[in-house]
Write a protein that binds this ligand. Structure first.
Ligand SMILES: [Zn+2]
Length: 68
């Protein structure tokens, strides 16, 4: 019967731990398949923020040629 090592974390620990990166939208651990978000829902939320102009890039909207 093999003696157990004095628990300093075996090779198992790295495999079972969730990724350290939290979802930028809700703060839950991100899903490795949907990084950097935890779900496609949160990805949509982030996308919506973009579309609603929260992250608008300054200097692209004001085109004098576009005036009526
Ligand atoms: Zn999330």
């Amino acid at each position: 019967m093999p003696a157990e090592p004095p628990g300093e974390g075996g090779p198992n620990e790295a495999g079972t731990r969730p990724p350290a990166k939290p979802c930028p939208v809700c703060g839950k651990p991100a899903d490795p398949k949907k990084l950097p978000f935890c779900s496609s829902r949160c990805r949509d939320v982030d996308l919506n923020r973009w579309l609603s102009g929260r992250y608008v890039i300054p200097g692209r909207d004001t085109d004098p040629e576009d005036a009526e």
